[in-house]
Design a protein around this ligand. Structure first.
Ligand SMILES: *Cc1c(COP(=O)(O)O)cnc(C)c1O
Length: 378
C-alpha cells in the first residue's frame, strides 16, 4: 500500500494528535463541557482572525459561510462589486446571482492582482454598490490580494468589504481588525489543519450595521441568531462536536507556536518550493502577489498537466491539485499550508522531478531538491 501525502489546497493533512482528539466519545452540544470548549475556541479563533469580535462557527464547508455572508449582508435588488480573479471570485458572483443581487464584476486576468484604484473607480462609477466581495488569497491562481490597502480605502465609505479568507487564515498575514475587513469567511480544511466541515465568520461593527438591515432570506446561516447563542457559549443548533474538539487542539497549538512564527514557516516553505520549481526550469503561473500558501506552476509545453497529477498519485501516493475551470491541464498547484514541514517539501519535489522526467520533460536529478534544501536547511 502506498503511503499517502496530501499537498492539495484543501483538504490538508491533519496532525495525528488532532485526529485522536476527534476520536473522543461524543459529548452533548448543550453540556457544560462543550460550553467550556466553545468558550476557549471562541478566544482561539479571535486570535487567528486577529479580531476582538466573536467569530461564528457553522457546520458547513467554506462555501456555506460564503453563501451566509451574501444572505446576511444584503437585501434583494442591491448591488455588489465582485473582484473576479479566479474560480473563487466567480463563486462570489454566482452566489450573489443566486440571491438576486445585481453584481458588477471586476475581472482580473487570472494570475494577476487587483489594483485598489480600480476598485475605487468602480465604486465611483456605480455609487450604489453596497458590498465588495473578494478573496484574501485566490487559491485557483495563487494570487494574494492587497486587503490592507483595500480595507483602508473602503473604511469610510458606505460599502462593506467581504473577504473569503478560506485559504489565507493561518497561512498568510491577515489582520481582520487593523485592515478594516468587515465580513471574513474561513474554513477548517486549509491551514487550520482540520477535516472539512467547519466554517467561520467574523463580523465588524460596520458589518453588523449591514446585517441589521439585510432582508435576504436566511435560516441556518442567520448570523444574528448564531452570534446571540455564541455570546452564551452556545451553538444555535447541534455543533459538529468532534470537529470543534479537533479545532480546540489546533487553536491551542497555533497559540503556542505563535501566529507570526507559523506565517514565517509558510513563507519559508513557499520560498523553497518556488525556488525548486524555477531551478527545474519551470515557470510560476502566478505573476503578481505571490501567495505563501500555495505554489502554482505552468505545465511545460507538450506535457499534459493532468498526467503530472495522475502519476504523482498513482506512483508516489502524492496528491497535488491540477488547474480549475479554464486552467484545467495547464497548471498544477502544490499546497504547503497547514500541517506541512520542510521534509514534506523535499518529498513532493523529489517525486515531481521523477514524474516530469517520465513524461519527457528533462530535469537533472536533484536540481529541484538542492534548491529547496538551500532555503530549508542551512
Ligand atoms: C477551498 C476554498 C473555498 C472552498 O471552500 P469549500 O470548503 O470547498 O466550500 C473557497 N474559497 C477559497 C479561496 C478556497 O481556497
Amino acid at each position: 500500500m502506498l503511503k499517502n501525502h496530501l499537498f492539495t489546497p484543501g483538504p490538508t493533512p491533519v496532525p495525528p494528535r488532532t485526529l485522536l482528539a476527534m476520536a473522543s466519545p461524543i459529548i452533548h452540544h448543550r453540556s457544560p463541557e462543550f460550553s467550556q470548549i466553545l468558550a476557549e475556541v471562541k478566544e482561539g479563533l479571535k486570535y487567528v482572525f486577529q479580531t476582538n469580535n466573536d467569530v461564528l462557527l457553522f457546520a458547513s464547508t467554506g462555501t456555506g459561510a460564503m453563501e451566509g455572508a451574501v444572505a446576511n449582508a444584503l437585501s434583494p435588488g442591491e448591488k455588489a462589486l465582485v473582484v473576479r480573479g479566479g474560480k473563487f471570485g466567480e463563486r462570489w458572483a454566482e452566489i450573489c446571482k443566486a440571491y438576486g443581487i445585481e453584481t458588477i464584476n471586476l475581472d482580473i486576468e487570472w494570475g494577476r492582482c487587483v489594483k485598489v484604484e480600480k476598485i475605487l473607480e468602480y465604486l465611483i462609477k456605480y455609487n450604489d454598490i453596497k458590498a465588495v466581495f473578494i478573496q484574501a488569497h485566490e487559491t485557483s491562481t495563487g494570487v494574494k490580494f492587497p486587503l490592507k490597502e483595500i480595507g483602508e480605502a473602503l473604511k469610510d465609505r458606505d460599502v462593506i468589504l467581504v473577504v473569503d479568507a478560506i485559504s489565507a487564515l493561518g497561512a498568510i498575514e491577515l489582520l481582520v481588525d487593523d485592515w478594516h475587513l468587515d465580513i471574513v469567511v474561513g474554513a477548517s480544511q486549509k491551514a487550520l489543519m482540520l477535516p472539512p466541515g467547519l466554517s467561520f465568520v467574523s463580523i465588524s461593527e460596520k458589518g453588523w450595521k449591514w446585517i441589521e438591515r439585510s432582508k435576504l432570506p436566511k435560516y441556518y446561516f442567520d448570523f444574528k441568531k448564531e452570534a446571540d447563542a455564541l455570546k452564551r457559549n452556545q451553538p444555535a443548533y447541534t455543533s459538529a462536536v468532534s470537529l470543534v474538539i479537533g479545532l480546540l487542539e489546533n487553536l491551542r497549538y497555533i497559540k503556542k507556536r505563535g501566529l507570526k512564527n507559523i506565517i514565517e514557516h509558510h513563507k519559508r516553505l513557499s520560498e523553497a518550493t518556488k525556488s525548486a520549481i524555477k531551478a527545474m526550469g519551470l515557470n510560476l503561473f502566478t505573476k503578481e502577489g505571490l501567495s505563501e500558501a500555495i505554489t502554482v506552476v505552468e505545465v511545460p509545453p507538450g506535457i499534459d498537466g493532468k498526467e503530472i497529477v495522475r502519476l504523482l498519485k498513482e506512483e508516489y501516493g502524492i496528491m497535488i491539485a491540477g488547474g480549475q475551470g479554464r486552467l484545467k491541464g495547464k497548471i498544477f498547484r502544490i499546497s504547503h499550508m497547514g500541517y506541512v514541514d520542510e521534509n514534506d517539501i523535499i518529498v513532493v519535489i523529489s517525486a515531481l522531478e521523477a514524474v516530469l522526467n517520465k513524461l519527457g520533460y528533462h530535469v537533472k536529478k536533484g536540481v529541484g531538491i538542492k534548491a529547496a534544501q538551500d532555503i530549508l536547511f542551512h
